[in-house]
Design a protein around this ligand. Structure first.
Ligand SMILES: [Zn+2]
Length: 495
């Protein structure tokens, strides 16, 4: 059971006695009970989305990156000088992100200040946690989609101030919308612009930075023509823009020394496997390596990269991360790694893991409620039931039922087990699903009220709710449902 007050998790209970104590301590308490086919998971974190590009997502993937920008992207973004158009587009995007289970997103707007402010308003109104800013570009925009250096800096300052002032009384990491500066990428930002933004970043401790680094062969060639012998990481770092509130998209071609610089600065990477497939890959170079980045201590989350990617679903990004990693000579990413990257990993990449990513006391309760019985896929009660169970009071006078999705069973033991009908038994006077006391619980560490799963590298862990999700995949396999993909199922049933 999770107790939430003012949007934050104030307590987590994992056994009957704790639940009783919490109910007494926090009474009166509104109890929301999930059905047996439902579970909670941490809200998904999307580390890279271009809001204005939502208008053409799913189309226009027929050109290499630099041509694509000139031909499709900049004209589409230019339309957001019409703030009414931008409001319509951004409203649709924010609603779609929430439908996809994304509760936190790093958003690029355009060079237009009024439309950027509108995007901030929409996120606040609809309750989408976001890191938001106007895009800065003072060169190579083509066809009028660029601004002067002074206008870019002034516009950024105006947007940063607007975001702060739009949330009176809110500050710190728990603020719903965080102010961000966005030098689009090296080719569109003069050294003067980078220096001005870097100075702002160094003089404020509540400002995020987003940009792109080492994305594609043509982009890297262009950077080299502008800054001979220098790479994106060196240029951003020398201007003070690689900080612990910085997330750089793609980074497919980062060299080991650059990864070390990222780790040293605490900067994160938004891996966008779908758009990487469109724009980044070249002969002999196949995918961003999660393994290499983790090994160097770099924080990595996932991004859908609308519109380099065709969908706002971070779960689709999970699937593509798994598939793309098959070409990574270092090590595969499996679905657990991908799910972790889409939740706690993404929160870390954005520098928000102190308040997001799992269900620990003190964090924000950003959650998605998943109903496994709602999708258009085959489900089997005997497979689902043991994984998601309900604590029920045995007192005749009380009809109160409490959710306690603790102790999922059958998790990643590498065994093929036959699903069996659940049975119930009494523990501490409470009727529980017998499977919840399956010996597989021994796989978990229940310290501090939250189970932790060893994701195969010891530095990573996830919350009990994530383990509930992964347990479901194991159960489906065991029930003979022939590898019903967890993530496919998951994406169809978010409420
Ligand atoms: Zn991008």
């Amino acid at each position: 059971m999770i107790v939430v007050a003012d949007g934050a998790i104030v307590a987590v209970a994992t056994d009957a006695q704790q639940i009783r104590s919490l109910l007494e301590a926090h009474a009166p308490l509104e109890v929301v009970t999930l059905r047996e086919t439902e579970f909670l998971a941490p809200g998904m974190v999307d580390c890279h989305v271009h809001a204005p590009q939502y208008a053409y997502s799913g189309t226009a993937t027929d050109k290499p990156l630099m041509e694509w920008l000139q031909h499709y992207t900049f004209p589409a973004e230019k339309r957001c000088e019409d703030v009414e158009y931008a409001k319509h587009l951004y409203g649709a995007l924010v609603e779609q992100l929430l439908r996809e289970g994304t509760t936190c997103v790093a958003l690029y707007a355009t060079i237009h200040v009024p439309a950027t402010k509108a995007l901030v308003d929409i996120c606040l109104e609809k309750g989408l946690r976001a890191v938001v800013g106007n895009v800065c570009m003072d060169r190579h925009g083509g066809d009028g989609y660029e601004e002067t250096t002074e206008d870019a800096l002034e516009g950024t300052k105006a947007c940063l101030d607007y975001i702060r002032q739009a949330q009176p009384g809110a500050s710190g990491l728990a603020r719903l919308v965080q102010p961000c500066m966005i030098p689009r990428f090296i080719p569109t930002c003069s050294p003067e612009l980078l220096a001005g933004l870097g100075a702002m970043a160094q003089n404020a401790d509540d400002v995020w930075v987003q940009s792109h680094a080492s994305e594609a062969a043509d982009q890297i060639k262009f950077v080299d023509s502008l800054h001979p012998g220098q790479r994106c990481t060196d240029i951003f770092d020398s201007h003070g823009l690689l900080t612990n509130k910085c997330v750089m998209a793609h980074c497919v071609y980062l060299e080991v020394g650059e990864l070390d610089t990222f780790a040293k600065r605490g900067a994160g990477v938004a891996c966008c496997p779908l758009s990487n497939a469109h724009f980044s890959l070249s002969p002999g170079w196949h995918a961003f390596s999660f393994h290499k980045a983790h090994a160097r201590g770099v924080r990595v989350g996932l991004g859908t990269d609308i519109a380099g990617g065709y969908t706002a679903s971070i779960l689709v990004a999970c699937r593509h991360a798994v598939v793309a990693s098959k070409h990574d000579v270092d090590k595969d990413v499996d679905y657990k790694d991908a799910f972790w990257a889409a939740t706690l990993g993404g929160a870390r990449a954005l520098g928000l893991d102190a308040v997001l990513g799992n269900f620990e006391v003190g964090k924000q309760f950003d959650a998605i409620r998943v109903n496994c019985a709602a999708g258009n896929y085959d489900t089997f009660p005997s497979a689902i039931h043991p994984c998601c169970f309900v604590w029920k009071s045995t007192s005749e006078s009380s009809q109160t039922r409490f959710l306690a999705t603790t102790r999922p069973c059958w998790l990643n033991r590498g065994e093929t087990r036959t699903a069996t009908p659940p049975s119930r038994r009494r523990v501490d006077g409470v009727e529980v699903d017998a499977m919840s006391y399956d010996e597989s619980a021994a796989n978990f560490d229940f310290r501090a009220g939250a189970a932790r799963l060893d994701w195969s590298t010891t530095s990573r862990s996830s919350s009990i709710w994530a383990t509930t999700v992964t347990s479901r995949a194991s159960t489906f396999r065991a029930s003979g449902a022939a590898d019903v993909p967890l993530l496919h199922m998951f994406s169809r049933c978010i409420k």
